[in-house]
Design a protein around this ligand. Structure first.
Ligand code: PRP
Length: 213
């Protein structure tokens, strides 16, 4: 039997995903070792392989078939726009993609004034402003701590993930507009979906039954 390979977005998402997998009998002991520098983990019995990757790279591995299955946030799926099948909402990692800024920026947003928008998600920001709101804006790509941008005057607003809202609150910012809800998703390579239909279908059904129980 061929190995079925999983790409997991490194961090909290991967931990939660593995906890869910354990509940349907899929374990990977090697992966639990905190000190390991290993990049790929194998479950010989079940003929499964797992690797951890930067979230933004997970859709790439899956599109090219280097991984059959990926577990990654909807934010990354939307931002990367890869060719793959999104097959299941895992229901954890729930948060929202929002336009945020100081309360004073609300007027600018409504007046369709020329704005600068900072984001780790330039494609999502562009799609929202240009296609949904039909507003011309300048997008500035950042790589983290995006909340800094309106504070130091790099941009008027940001497009970013809001989970508890505490990062915004502690920095005097607020949600101005909601773009969409987000959560962890299972994605599948388009060819694997056909060639490994049975194994993948069984797995997705088990996961889906587990989370709807
Ligand atoms: C994310 C996001 C916000 C924060 C939201 O950042 O970009 O900054 O979490 O969470 P909250 O609403 O619960 O405060 P992350 O921790 O991934 O770090 P980064 O900003 O450096 O990317």
């Amino acid at each position: 039997m061929k190995y079925l390979t999983f790409a997991l977005a490194k961090g909290r998402l991967a931990k939660q995903a593995m906890a869910l997998m354990e509940q349907i009998g899929i374990t990977c002991e090697e992966m639990k070792d905190k000190d390991t520098r290993k990049l790929i983990f194998v479950n010989e019995e079940l003929k499964l392989k797992f690797f951890l990757a930067k979230a933004g790279d997970v859709p790439t591995y899956v599109e090219y078939g280097a991984a059959d299955i990926g577990i990654v946030g909807k934010d990354t799926i939307l931002e990367e726009g890869r060719n793959l099948y999104e097959v299941l909402d895992l229901g954890f990692g729930k948060c929202r993609m929002c336009v945020c800024g100081p309360e004073s920026a609300r007027e600018l947003l409504n007046s369709h004034a020329m704005l600068r928008v900072a984001s780790k998600y330039p494609n999502m920001a562009k799609d929202y402003f240009h296609n949904v709101k039909q507003q011309t804006v300048e997008i500035v790509k950042l790589n983290g701590s995006v909340e800094l941008a309106p504070i130091v005057g790099l941009s008027e607003v940001i497009v970013d993930i809001v989970e508890t809202g505490s990062t915004l609150k502690e920095n005097g910012l607020t949600v101005l507009e909601e773009i969409c809800p987000l959560s962890a998703r299972v994605v599948v390579n388009q060819v694997s979906m056909k060639l490994e239909q049975e194994r993948i279908h069984t797995l997705i059904t088990k996961l889906s039954d587990l989370i709807t129980d």
